[in-house]
Design a protein around this ligand. Structure first.
Ligand code: KE4
Length: 427
């Protein structure tokens, strides 16, 4: 597979963009390859600058649940673009998308649009602190909530000491109020609550962990967080930037029947355009400016193009309900993958929730960050390269989720499994 043009573009990009990319994971550093520069997408396929066609399981890291260039989404964008891209004024579109989101998520009485998942979680944390008058936050090792200073905490640090920064440029004071617990481990939460329950404003969690592969919540985990938050007057924040409208129409809170106090959204609700949102109970949300004392703002928040693409996307998800078929297709893909890896004697652990999935190359179950870290990332890199060379575009990291879209047809799944078998025969 020729990647000459991508490699030339990568060299050019690195002259003017740090690492040649606008988001680190795209640089393929975890798999030791030059990234492919993608020029077009259609349905479940993307095409790179050398004209190579791939079956895409990244889907822009989640937003493209309908596949690329869905005709109705493209039409909605063209229509809105012809009327103007941005006004910095309220528009009817924002109301419509807000109403659709609130109708889909029982916990959400009000919602504020922002421009990224990072903005959504940053704002939700500020709002939780403003609402409770408390300062500390609990997060979970391996959960990623965007590049918010306060949430870039070294895994495992908060349980023993106060949060230690996991990035240069973040002063210890900025993470010192963030405590880190272990995903799927309520005892690790209780250990923190025993010491500082009265100081905790919020617990923020990915209800399905999608940033250390894909890790489902253990039975009782989310329920346990809800009960602890109720007991201690702590706000429960579901970061559903990835799971929102992915694992169900609404998200994990609908799939698992747990009601958070605040929810963060992104990705799918913008249909591929820059977007984020956060929302929850009215009495909390009305603490936000201009009504209340918690300030939050954004020039392009509720941007008409993002609203138009998001509305078109949610309308299709609501009215055509692709979720049962997404469940079937992803279960088939994951099941066949599991069988092939067994047949070739490759240690692995497959996980799936709805249409997000992960294949860990490890001989043990993966329930938290520490388990995920045991995976064989060197083998993953070889597996990734072999699959890419056969036209299968997987997430370029062992610690990312894969996504099946409504546009992945049976042929695409069969082609993927054929490529997998050829890969396993030759690895
Ligand atoms: P953004 O700021 O990247 O829009 O959203 C941050 C974010 C927040 N919460 C969750 C649960 C997320 O998964 C994300 C972003 N996800 C990553 C993929 N693992 C985005 C890919 C990237 O960083 O380039």
């Amino acid at each position: 597979m020729n990647s000459t043009t991508s490699e030339k573009l990568f060299s050019r990009a690195q002259a003017v963009i740090p690492g040649g990319v606008n988001s680190p994971v795209r640089a393929f550093r975890a798999v030791g390859l030059p990234p492919r520069f993608i020029v077009r997408g259609r349905g479940c396929n993307v095409f790179d600058a050398d004209g190579n066609l791939y079956i895409d399981y990244v889907g822009s890291w989640g937003p493209m649940i309908l596949g690329h260039a869905h005709p109705e989404v493209v039409y909605a964008l063209k229509e809105q673009a012809a009327r103007g891209a941005s006004f910095g004024a309220p528009t009817p579109l924002e109301i419509e998308l807000a109403e659709m989101i609130c109708a889909a998520l029982p916990a959400m009485e009000m919602v504020r649009m922002v421009n990224s998942g990072t903005e959504a979680t940053m704002s939700a944390i500020r709002l939780a602190r403003g609402a409770t008058g408390r300062r500390k936050i609990i997060k979970f090792a391996g959960c990623y909530h965007g590049h918010v200073d306060a949430l870039l905490v070294k895994a495992g640090s908060g349980a023993t000491t106060l949060g230690v920064p996991d990035s240069a440029g973040v002063p210890a004071e900025f993470t010192g109020l963030t405590l880190s617990a272990t995903y799927n481990d309520l005892e690790s939460v209780d250990e923190l609550l025993r010491r500082e329950a009265g100081e905790i404003a919020a617990i923020i969690v990915e209800p399905v962990a999608g940033n250390m592969g894909t890790i489902p919540p253990a039975p009782g985990f989310l329920e346990g967080l809800r009960a602890r938050c109720d007991k201690h007057g702590i706000l429960l924040i579901f970061d559903e930037v990835m799971t929102g409208f992915r694992v169900a129409y609404g998200g994990a809170q609908v799939r698992y029947g747990i009601t958070p106090d605040l929810t963060c959204l992104g990705k799918i609700i913008g249909g591929g355009l820059p977007v984020g949102a956060f929302g929850g109970r009215r009495e909390i949300m009305e603490l936000l400016a201009p009504l209340g004392a918690v300030y939050q703002a954004g020039t392009l928040s509720g941007n008409p193009l993002a609203m138009a693409a998001g509305r078109a996307t949610l309308r299709i998800l609501r009215d055509e309900n692709p979720y049962p078929r997404l469940e079937e297709k992803t279960a088939y893909l994951a099941g066949e993958t599991d069988q092939l890896l067994n047949r070739y004697g490759i240690p692995h652990y497959c996980t799936r929730v709805g249409s997000m999935f992960c294949t860990y190359f490890t001989d043990r179950p993966v329930r938290n960050y520490q388990d995920a870290q045991q995976a064989d990332t060197e083998f993953f890199a070889r597996y990734f390269a072999a699959m890419l060379s056969r036209g299968i575009y997987l997430a370029p990291s062992q610690f990312e989720a894969g996504f099946v879209s409504a546009a992945h047809g049976d042929d695409a799944l069969e082609d993927t499994l054929t490529a997998l078998e050829q890969t396993l025969k030759n690895l």
